[in-house]
Ligand binder design. Structure first.
Ligand code: MLT
Length: 214
């Protein structure tokens, strides 16, 4: 990891940051940034919503006009589902290696994804549900158009969506919530009166949800 133990490292082809837990907390957050973000973007948010958790924060490997993403898209809101499938498998491999490298229990790993990061977290629920104990999905979209998730066995998912989001339609959010709940995920859908960007109500809701999670 070089001379700075908390600096950017690399594993399974992902650049990432790891921040250790405080006071032996067993919780780990997997932070997944939005388009144009990087491994540093969500560290403050992670610390704020789970002050004691370890943080694993990878940078998406796909570049769209220089902007990191976790998978390709064909147009705004139209995902390259073949690429998404492959990137989801790569992320599952990264998660396994990162947990082993940093001695974190994968059974306690909660994904916290924003926008493009929420979408790949959702895709994990569809394709590699055992890689995550749960997820906070901020401004998420339906990852695969004509597929349903496997049985999710009450896996907890907090969807933080916004009534005035110009990127994610209300109907799409409702469809995603139905798909996840239909696969028996334990879905909490919370709306804010905001747009696509994150705001204080998201932080408050995420903090409370994590506190209530056993
Ligand atoms: C984004 O700009 O990240 C989109 O809203 C979501 C996506 O393309 O995954």
């Amino acid at each position: 990891m070089g001379s700075n133990p908390h600096g950017t490292a690399e594993l399974a082809g992902f650049k990432y940051r790891f921040v250790p837990a405080v006071q032996n907390s067993s919780r780990t957050l997997l932070l997944l940034h939005g388009t144009g973000g990087n491994e540093n973007d969500l560290l403050d948010l992670g610390r704020s919503i789970a002050p004691d958790a370890a943080l694993i924060s990878p940078r998406g490997k796909v570049l769209e006009r220089g902007m990191p993403r976790f998978f390709r898209r064909l147009a705004d809101g139209v995902f390259d589902e073949a690429d998404l499938l492959q990137r989801t498998a790569e992320l599952a491999e990264f998660i396994e290696l990162a947990c082993r490298t940093h001695d974190r229990d994968p059974q306690s790993l909660i994904a916290v994804g924003f926008s493009n990061g929420a979408n790949i977290a959702c895709a994990m629920f569809f394709k590699h549900p055992n890689s995550l104990a749960g997820a906070i999905l901020m401004r998420a979209m339906v990852p695969f158009q004509s597929q349903t998730p496997p049985p999710l066995n009450r896996k907890p998912a907090l969807m933080l969506s916004a009534e005035n989001d110009p990127i994610v339609a209300i109907e799409e959010t409702e469809r995603l919530a139905e798909l996840l709940a239909g696969a028996d995920a334990d879905v909490t859908l919370q709306w804010s009166h905001t747009g696509h960007n994150l705001s204080q109500p998201d932080i408050v809701a995420a903090t409370r949800w994590l506190e209530a999670l056993v």
